[in-house]
Design a protein around this ligand. Structure first.
Ligand code: ZN
Length: 65
């Protein structure tokens, strides 16, 4: 897994903490396996935010096309 050095601290609402908390935000390229014969693997960028309070991670697919 590629490690980015572009971690940023963002204040976001955490559904677990039920309040706004600092988050570590990074973008990771995650490989998805699909059943498509034309694309055995699909590499999609995900925005990953981790709550610095409780550790809950939220992965949001950036390419929703
Ligand atoms: Zn939290």
């Amino acid at each position: 897994m590629a490690v980015t050095d572009t971690d940023t601290h963002m204040s976001e609402t955490c559904s677990t903490c039920e309040r706004t908390t600092p988050h570590d935000v990074s973008v990771q390229i995650l490989t998805e396996s699909t059943k498509s014969k034309n694309a055995a693997f699909s590499r999609e960028p995900y925005r990953v935010s981790e709550c610095r309070v409780c550790g809950t991670t939220t992965e949001t697919r950036m390419n929703n096309a």
